[in-house]
Ligand binder design. Structure first.
Ligand SMILES: NC(=O)c1ccc[n+]([C@@H]2O[C@H](COP(=O)([O-])OP(=O)(O)OC[C@H]3O[C@@H](n4cnc5c(N)ncnc54)[C@H](OP(=O)(O)O)[C@@H]3O)[C@@H](O)[C@H]2O)c1
Length: 322
C-alpha cells in the first residue's frame, strides 16, 4: 500500500473514532469540554456574582457551584421562600458567612424596580463582578395559536427585563472598567426550535442584544458569555406557558426523562464563566449532534435533515426528554 493511502486510512479511522467518542460522551461543545477537563478550576474568592432566576433550576444549582468556589452571591427570583431555602443550602455547602449571600427578590418584568435592586446589591457588597442573566420562562404552543400578549409577556421577562437590568449594571462595570455578563440563552437561541416560537424569538433576541454589547465593549474589559443549554432538569417545562395568557402547558417532568442533570449543567456553566468563554453549548445527545449539524451545515440541515428528522410527535418527545 502506498504511503499516501495509508495516511488517508489512518486519518479516516481517527475521524471515525473521534465521531463515535463525540456522539457517545460529549455533553457540551468541544471548546467548553476542553476547558472543563484541561484547565484549572477557578476560584471566585472576592468576586460578587448576581444571579437572576436563582430560586430554582439552573440558577439555584449555579449558586451552589459558585458558593463552593467562594463567590459572594446576590440571588434574585420571585419566590422568597425558595430563595431563602437556596441561601440556607449555599451556607451549608460553603460554610460562608450569612452576609456573603444577599437576597434581592423582584419581578424582572417590573422595570421600574431595577434601579432600586442594583442599589441594594451595591450598598451591600460595594461591587458587582459578574451578572448572570438567568431568569426566564418557556413555552409550548403552535405558532398559529399564540396571542400577541403572550409574545409580549415572554419578551418582557426573557428579553426586556434582562436588557434593562444589564444596562443598569453596565454603568457600574464601565465605572470599574471591568465586568462580565453571563446570559442563560438556550439552543432555542441558535435554532428554530418548533412549537416555542415566542420563547425561541426571545432567546434569539438575547443573542442580538448581547453580540452588539460584546462588539461595543471590545475596548472596555467587559465580557459576555452566552450559555446555550439543551433540555436540563428544572421547573421550566412544568411552568411552561402556552399561546393564551395565564394558561399553563399540561406537563409534569419525570425523573426518567432524558435531560441533563442540573448539577452537571451548572458545573459546565461554571467553567464557561471562569474562563470567560464567548458562547457555549451544553446539551445531551442526540440534540447536541443535531445542534452541530444545524450550525455547521445549515443549508443541508434546513433542506434535508429538517424534513427527515422533524415531525411534531418526534420533536415533542425529544423536547420532553421522552
Ligand atoms: N431547563 C432547561 O431545559 C433550559 C434549557 C435552555 C435554557 N434554559 C434557560 O435557563 C434559564 C433558567 O431556567 P430553568 O430551567 O432553571 O427554569 P426554572 O427552574 O423555571 O427557573 C426559572 C427562574 O426564573 C425566575 N423567573 C421566572 N419569571 C420571572 C420573573 N417574571 N421575574 C423574576 N424572575 C423570574 C424564576 O423565579 P421564581 O421561581 O421565583 O418565580 C426561577 O428562579 C431560563 O432563562 C431558561 O430559558 C433552560
Amino acid at each position: 500500500m502506498e504511503f499516501g493511502s495509508l495516511i488517508c486510512i489512518i486519518i479516516l479511522i481517527v475521524l471515525v473514532v473521534a465521531f463515535i467518542l463525540f456522539v457517545t460522551f460529549a455533553d457540551a461543545d468541544i471548546s467548553l469540554l476542553f476547558n472543563h477537563y484541561t484547565r484549572k478550576p477557578q476560584d471566585f474568592k472576592n468576586k460578587v456574582i448576581w444571579i437572576t432566576g436563582a430560586s430554582s433550576g439552573i440558577g439555584e444549582y449555579l449558586a451552589y457551584s459558585l458558593t463552593k468556589r467562594h463567590a459572594k452571591l446576590a440571588l434574585s427570583g420571585v419566590n422568597v421562600e425558595r430563595l431563602n431555602a437556596v441561601r440556607e443550602r449555599c451556607i451549608d455547602f460553603s460554610g460562608c458567612a450569612e452576609e456573603d449571600i444577599l437576597l434581592v427578590p423582584f419581578e424582572i418584568d417590573n422595570f421600574d424596580i431595577h434601579d432600586e435592586c442594583v442599589k441594594k446589591v451595591l450598598d451591600h457588597f460595594h461591587q458587582i463582578d459578574i451578572l448572570v442573566n438567568n431568569a426566564g420562562i418557556s413555552q409550548r404552543a403552535d405558532f398559529s395559536d399564540i396571542d400577541i400578549n403572550v409574545d409580549q409577556k415572554l419578551f418582557n421577562v426573557n428579553v426586556f427585563g434582562t436588557i434593562n437590568l444589564t444596562r443598569k449594571v453596565l454603568k457600574h462595570f464601565l465605572e470599574r472598567k471591568k465586568g462580565h455578563f453571563v446570559v442563560s440563552s438556550s439552543i432555542a437561541g441558535k435554532l428554530g426550535v418548533p412549537y416555542s416560537s415566542a420563547y425561541t424569538g426571545s432567546k434569539h433576541a438575547l443573542h442580538g442584544y448581547f453580540e452588539c454589547l460584546r462588539s461595543e465593549m471590545v475596548e472596555e474589559n467587559i465580557n459576555v458569555t452566552l450559555v446555550c443549554p439543551g433540555p436540563v432538569f428544572s421547573a421550566l417545562t412544568d411552568r411552561c406557558v402556552t399561546g393564551k395568557l395565564g394558561e399553563k402547558y399540561d406537563h409534569t417532568q419525570q425523573a426518567t426523562d432524558k435531560k441533563m442533570k442540573t448539577e452537571r449543567c451548572c458545573e459546565l456553566m461554571t467553567t464557561a464563566i471562569a474562563h470567560k468563554l464567548d458562547e457555549c453549548w451544553i446539551c445531551i445527545q442526540p440534540i447536541l449532534l443535531i445542534f452541530y449539524l444545524a450550525q455547521y451545515i445549515p443549508t443541508i440541515f434546513r433542506t434535508v435533515l429538517l424534513k427527515l428528522l422533524f415531525n411534531k410527535q418526534r420533536v415533542m418527545k425529544l423536547r420532553q426528554g421522552r
